[in-house]
Design a protein around this ligand. Structure first.
Ligand code: GLC
Length: 739
């Protein structure tokens, strides 16, 4: 028999095996479904929160354990721990059909070891690092009996007034899509059924980040073209990466609540995209259709939601009391309920919970996995990679290790709690490393630290200034830790004023006036506005909220043991009046060619269009030179490719990483196209003096867009290629034609 015959037989055997296994799950789902009463089916679509850690307004608080035993729950959130989940699962095993519960939790940036907030991780542009961060979080979560995280949040966000920007990957569709893939793969690892894998949940479907005026939970209104072009692609990327579940969104989209939006959940997600997982409501979003004015009561809300494609009801208690009656009244076909239940049961089979409902609830494994040295090391590395060096005039950074005295000033200098950031899993007596602690652990005996708080985060008292100024005057260098508290950015934390809070900038001015070398570390969950500081302080590091190892990471960067390479994933405005301001804007018919060109131009009389810091901005302790851009051809046809090569040289004295960014502009098309769009990037390490050739490939995928008929495709025409170190720092340009 020839070799290829063996290969064919082997292929057929494997396929049969996979089909058999798959068929066995689908068959087993059907066999369980057949045994279920309508009430038991509806129970599987009902999810309650545990009493601890509730993350939304609790509507009422029935005796959940009785309802679990009676088969009225399919899942719980906010129950965590190997012991705790086992106890609750044991109750579920008393139900008639012994269908196991799925336990879910918001593991947004780490479970026991807290990682930098997702927006900070996005600033690393380091996809393997972000995948590892999710992998570590998944290992710890799974070891605690939890099967499911409500992450990644993949909402594109162009409005820093919206507090939930901290939870996502920023403003760019391409970067956001790549990060969505990395995070889904990180959470789901080798696949459901593996003891280290947890279900990912792409959220919030859809366009929640475009809440009008940046006010959380507010309406979203946008053209379908904008929806498809900018807001949906990260969700599609999550589906393609195999995301097990989706979560819908609180907002309306063009007048229809996302929760009942069958265009989103059925036509697009389950229809066009073929999504086989299930959709959970966001907290009480089903019941919230009553205050939305879309449902007259929870019964109508339940009808609209199940028809709209929302499979599981988190915490609104709309499905449990109403669906059976709606079926009896022939308002809801039982087939819709069966479809939702099968989607839920399929995940329970894939997780292996029918074989062993307690397989994740293992105390020994939990003790071994949580807070391990390996996990903390991953968090430290992620934190180092997340920081963005905004300025470093006069190369004050990196600091010498021979400094005699360093003044450490500011309301966040000794804060541990704020290093958590929003949406972290809280632990009693948790120990996070503050900036001050990190410096203490770093400096040698010959270096003295002197601390002064100077002022609070948001109070207006300046009584602490004198002490801080004295400390600064006594030191060789001053490090100021400014910013916002961890609960000033996050869910339900929208702000009209995103300036540095309180009198912190007055403190910075006074310290700067001492004439001492000053470094400002800005700790926040969103882009803040701090124009005076940005204009006058020579060295500024945006550190976001960096999690458990924050202080060690900041100390490593400050002393040059890690050369910062972060790039901003969101535009930093000069003023709230510019918002929404983002890099991939449309030209308009009267583009303003520079900050002074305002006469009959699309510009403001009182402020430049340009932001304070642009998308993709971030410096290094070294410098890089870009040269020698070469295109393999100046023409490309729809099936072809163009190879792009350029030379990158590390022209400084430190080894360092650079994020080389590739932007394209489609000069003329049947719908206007942005002045530039990120279409690829590479993060490369170069030793001091080293030169590398960096290569990209341009293919049809990178030239495609949604046309007037919302059809994805390309159109012939001229394209501009831009290679930059930031969206506003283009180093090399060329053009090519798509035939
Ligand atoms: C919250 C959030 C959502 C979270 C859910 C469960 O309100 O909107 O992102 O996953 O409820 O905590």
């Amino acid at each position: 028999m020839r070799k290829h015959h063996y290969a064919l037989i082997l292929f057929l055997l494997i396929t049969q095996g996979v089909v058999a296994q798959r068929k066995s799950i689908d068959q087993r789902v059907d066999s369980v479904l057949k045994l279920m009463t309508l009430d038991e089916k509806i129970g599987q679509l009902n999810q309650y929160t545990g009493d601890r850690d509730a993350t939304g307004p609790i509507t009422n608080n029935p005796n959940k354990l009785i309802e679990i035993r009676d088969g009225k729950l399919g899942s719980m959130l906010n129950v965590r721990g190997a012991k705790e989940t086992r106890e609750v699962q044991e109750v579920a095993m008393q139900s008639r059909l012994r269908i196991p519960l799925i336990f879910g939790l918001d593991v947004i940036h780490g479970y026991r070891v807290t990682f930098p907030i997702p927006l900070a991780e996005a600033a690393s542009w380091d996809l393997p690092a972000m995948e590892l961060a999710a992998r570590v979080a998944a290992r710890e979560t799974a070891a605690s009996g939890i099967h499911w995280t409500f992450a990644p949040m993949v909402d594109i966000a162009r409005d820093p007034r919206w507090g939930r920007v901290m939870e996502g990957a920023g403003e760019d569709t391409y970067l956001g899509s790549q990060i969505a893939i990395a995070r889904v793969k990180g959470f789901q690892g080798k696949g459901l059924g593996d003891l280290d894998a947890i279900m990912a949940c792409a959220k919030h479907f859809a366009a929640y980040g475009a809440a009008i005026a940046g006010r959380d939970y507010n309406a979203v209104d946008m053209s379908e073209h904008t929806l498809w072009e900018f807001y949906l692609p990260p969700f599609k990327a999550a589906v393609d990466a195999g995301a097990a579940t989706f979560m819908n969104a609180f907002n309306t989209l063009n007048g229809i609540p996302a929760t009942a939006n069958s265009y989103l959940q059925r036509d697009i997600l389950k229809g066009k995209w073929g999504f086989k997982g299930f959709v959970v409501s966001d907290w009480g979003s089903i019941g919230e259709m009553v205050p939305h004015g879309f449902a007259k009561d929870k019964s109508q809300a339940a009808e609209q939601a199940i028809k709209g494609g929302s499979d599981m009801d988190m915490e609104s208690r709309s499905y449990l009391p109403n669906l059976a009656k709606l079926v009896a009244e022939k308002k809801v076909p039982v087939a819709l309920i069966d479809d939702a239940v099968k989607r839920v049961l399929r995940k329970k089979f894939e997780l292996g919970l029918f074989e062993d409902p307690y397989r994740f609830s293992n105390v020994e494994r939990q003790e071994k996995e949580l807070n391990s040295a390996e996990n903390k090391k991953a968090a430290l590395s992620m934190a180092e990679k997340s920081m963005v060096l905004l300025k470093n005039e006069g190369q004050i950074l990196p600091l010498s290790k021979n400094l005699k005295k360093i003044a450490v000033i500011g309301p966040l200098a000794k804060s541990e709690e704020d290093m958590h950031g929003f949406w972290s899993v809280l632990w009693p007596n948790d120990k996070l490393i503050s900036l001050y602690q990190g410096l203490q652990d770093k400096v040698g005996k010959g270096t003295e630290l002197v601390y002064a708080k100077g002022c609070g985060i948001s109070d207006t008292s300046k009584t602490g200034f004198a002490e801080a100024i004295a400390a600064a005057k006594s030191a060789d260098v001053v490090i100021i830790a400014a910013g916002e508290a961890f609960d000033m950015t996050g869910e339900a934390k929208s702000k009209t004023n995103i300036h540095l809070p309180g009198v912190q900038e007055d403190l910075i001015k006074e310290i700067q006036a001492t004439g001492k070398p000053v470094v400002v570390l800005m700790m926040a969950g969103r882009p803040l506005i701090f124009n005076w500081t940005a204009d006058h302080v020579p060295s500024i590091l945006y550190t976001w909220w960096l999690g458990s190892e924050a202080g060690h990471a900041m100390a490593n960067v400050l002393f040059g043991d890690y050369n910062p390479a972060g790039k901003l994933p969101m535009t930093f405005p000069r003023d709230e009046g510019q918002i929404p301001v983002y890099y991939n804007y449309y030209s308009t018919g009267r583009p303003s060619m520079n900050d002074r060109d305002t006469r009959y131009r699309s510009a403001y009389l009182d402020m430049p269009n340009s932001p304070k810091f642009a998308f993709g901005h971030g410096l290094s302790y070294t410098t890089f030179a870009y040269s020698n851009l070469k295109l393999s051809s100046k023409q490309i046809n729809a099936t072809g490719q163009i190879k792009v090569d350029l030379t990158l040289k590390n022209t400084g004295k430190y080894d360092g990483e650079e994020v080389v960014q590739l932007y394209l502009q489609d000069k003329v098309a049947s719908v206007v196209r942005p002045v530039k769009e990120l279409k690829d990037f590479q993060k490369v390490m170069l030793k001091a003096g080293e030169t590398k050739t960096i290569s990209f490939t341009i293919n049809k995928e990178k030239l495609a867009f949604f046309n007037q008929q919302l059809k994805w495709g390309t159109e012939p025409g001229d394209f501009k290629l831009m290679i930059g170190t930031a969206s506003d720092q283009i180093k090399l340009e060329d053009t090519f034609v798509l035939n």
